[in-house]
Design a protein around this ligand. Structure first.
Ligand SMILES: NC(=O)c1ccc[n+]([C@@H]2O[C@H](COP(=O)([O-])OP(=O)(O)OC[C@H]3O[C@@H](n4cnc5c(N)ncnc54)[C@H](OP(=O)(O)O)[C@@H]3O)[C@@H](O)[C@H]2O)c1
Length: 310
């Protein structure tokens, strides 16, 4: 089979095209492109079918596991595909690991080291019990997330653009430093003992629930990450589509009830709005995938992220 690979402007990426055997898959094609171009390793490549000029439709994206013949529309000897360079990529695990390692390391610096003298605070620094518990809580949270990244999540996308590492790290690392600075500050005023206990206890319960939600999500996929999207069921998923985000938001609320800083609440609002946007998209996707037509199950009625509001 002859495959012509063009760029989006219509130029040939590989002059003369590529010759592949009849049973070749999209992955084989990506490997052949890589061999000829060196720079474009498979996860950097996005291959689509060409659109008719002027068409407003979304192009069909070639799936790496599928056979090329499935895309050749009856003409099994010739296929034209459109190539897009997605830019340098990193694995999802690397992305998440970098995001979470920052707050895990930055937060204790504010607790253990005399950083506040560089901000002009001299004199004795008394550490309140709530600040010590907050450190344990915080480190447990990010350690848990790193462990989940490596041992629980089954990602469907192998890689993410390298630029996301810088954007996401800026978000997590800056907020980590901002909250750590305020919670560990020498002039920090602790909340009552009861409020602290309620906050941490509620937060921990939500962290454990969040972990259980991730186990339920994991079980929706095969170990190799395939299996697509399924209807999440069980525990809080029976009432809310993104129960993992719900418990994430509430565990930050617990942390904030116990520590009570403006920085912590700002992070809560920003994180909740980001997760709400994602949750709305995930809810829409599941409703579309499970529309109850042609034998497909119908997506049950559920809250999106924050019952009883949304
Ligand atoms: N504090 C913050 O700002 C913040 C922001 C975001 C996330 N988080 C935390 O990080 C955790 C992970 O975030 P995330 O955005 O990666 O969560 P996510 O997209 O909901 O999913 C976690 C894993 O489950 C898979 N999954 C989700 N829905 C599925 C379905 N219906 N069928 C099969 N598999 C499904 C995902 O697959 P895909 O690989 O296909 O997506 C992913 O591997 C969150 O639960 C939350 O605890 C915190």
């Amino acid at each position: 089979m002859k495959v012509t690979v063009t760029t989006r402007s219509g130029k040939e990426l590989i002059r003369g095209g590529l010759e592949l055997h009849d049973s070749a898959t999209v992955a084989d094609l990506q490997e052949s492109i890589h061999k000829r171009t060196k720079k474009y390793y498979p996860s950097r490549q996005r291959l689509t079918l060409p659109l008719q000029p002027g068409s407003k439709e979304k192009p069909v994206v070639l799936h790496y596991r599928k056979n090329l013949k499935e895309y050749s529309d009856g003409n099994s000897n010739n296929l034209t595909v459109v190539f897009k360079d997605l830019g340098p990529q990193v694995s999802y695990r690397t992305l998440f690991f970098c995001e979470y390692l920052g707050p895990l390391l930055i937060y204790p610096i504010f607790y253990y080291f005399p950083v506040y003298q560089y901000f002009g605070y001299k004199g004795e620094h008394v550490i309140h019990p709530v600040q010590t518990y907050a450190l344990y809580y915080w480190c447990f949270h990010y350690f848990k997330r790193i462990m989940e990244t490596f041992f629980v999540h089954r990602f469907s996308h192998a890689t993410s653009p390298l630029s996301n590492v810088f954007r996401n790290c800026a978000y997590y690392w800056t907020f980590g430093a901002y909250i750590a600075y305020h919670v560990n500050h020498p002039f920090y005023t602790p909340v009552s003992d009861l409020q602290m206990k309620i906050g941490f206890a509620f937060g921990l319960l939500c962290q454990i629930s969040n972990f259980y939600c991730h186990i339920l999500l994991r079980n929706l996929r095969r170990p190799d990450g395939n299996g697509g999207y399924q209807i999440p069921r069980g525990f809080l998923f029976n009432i809310v589509t993104c129960a993992n985000y719900t418990t994430e938001i509430y565990q930050w609320l617990g942390f904030n009830i116990a520590t009570q800083t403006i920085a912590g609440y700002v992070f809560l609002v920003v994180a909740a709005s980001i997760m709400t946007n994602w949750a709305l998209a995930k809810h829409r996707r599941l409703k579309k995938l499970f529309d109850g037509k042609e034998g497909r199950p119908k997506y049950p009625r559920r809250w999106v992220i924050l019952p009883p509001f949304l």
